[in-house]
Design a protein around this ligand. Structure first.
Ligand SMILES: [Zn+2]
Length: 283
């Protein structure tokens, strides 16, 4: 048995929120590492994990009867996928994160408006994170319509789905070019090409969204940084999937998006040429 306990200690001093983007990034990275290690716990030994929680953020305790003030230290744009619950994978509580979730973590005008609102109204906000994830269904749909244009036909009459896929297609094209650049034209007949294209596209899609938020939201506000990462459903780490085994640790964490086309080419090359994608290409 493993117990995960939320503990509220009214005598504990209120937690000091991260005062800078670097601190906010560190808090999220540390939280994700604790979460990912849950699987290392010994079920037989009956281990217990205690997560401190401040009930004042729920309007309990000395704040009883008054709505707590909204004070997130980070905003997250994530996929709607049920396997990626944002607060849980970063071990954060109520009032810590301003979360926007949409299939494929694409930047549409409503998402942009929500994140722009957060960056204007919450002085506590220091960081914006775009979190893609491996095995993403929305990215897979975009990859399939890229590889077999006939699959795009049903989307012609399905505008809502089409608008999601359309926003992902540039990342798929960038990923396809990166795979071809690194492995040559022969990569197209590789048994694992589709899987490699999906996961490379996941990275490029998250990086594109982060780049766009940096220019559309963060740069206008000043003091807010934008980072991106890809959540690995198997290891539970937020990472840049370069290594086959995330236990290596060198590709874990949150990353700054590229600054220009050359940076995107470099990122695509690193992912397409990394051990993780090479292992997928082998099928
Ligand atoms: Zn997804």
């Amino acid at each position: 048995m493993i117990e995960v306990v939320f503990r509220y200690d009214p005598s504990a001093p209120p937690e000091v929120p991260p005062g800078s983007a670097a601190e906010a990034k560190e808090v999220l990275e540390r939280g994700n590492q604790r979460f990912a290690r849950l699987a290392d716990l010994d079920v037989q030994a009956g281990e217990r994990v205690v997560l401190p929680m401040d009930l004042r953020d729920f309007g309990v305790g000395d704040a009883m009867g008054a709505a707590p003030r909204q004070e997130p230290f980070a905003a997250v744009l994530g996929c709607a996928d049920a396997r990626v619950p944002i607060e849980i994978v970063f071990e954060q509580g109520c009032n810590d994160l301003f979360v926007v979730r949409v299939a494929g973590n694409v930047v549409g005008s409503e998402c942009l408006g929500s994140l722009s609102y957060a960056s204007h109204h919450f002085p506590s906000l220091k960081l914006i994170l775009v979190l893609g994830h491996l095995h993403c269904g929305a990215v897979t749909a975009a990859v399939d319509s890229y590889l077999q244009p006939a699959m795009y036909l049903p989307l012609a009459t399905n505008y809502p789905l089409q608008s999601i896929v359309n926003r992902i297609l540039p990342a798929v094209r960038t990923a396809a070019l990166a795979l071809r650049r690194v492995h040559g034209l022969g990569v197209l007949s590789n048994p694992g090409y589709r899987a490699a294209l999906v996961e490379t596209s996941v990275v490029m899609n998250a990086a594109w969204a982060a780049y766009s938020l940096k220019h559309e939201v963060a740069d206008r506000e000043g003091g807010i940084e934008v980072v991106f990462a890809v959540y690995d459903l198997v290891s539970r780490y937020a990472r840049l999937p370069l290594e086959v085994d995330p236990a290596v640790g060198s590709d874990r964490g949150l990353f700054k998006p590229p600054e220009d086309q050359a940076g995107f080419d470099e990122l695509g090359g690193r992912v397409a040429g990394g051990a993780f994608v090479r292992s997928l290409l082998r099928g």
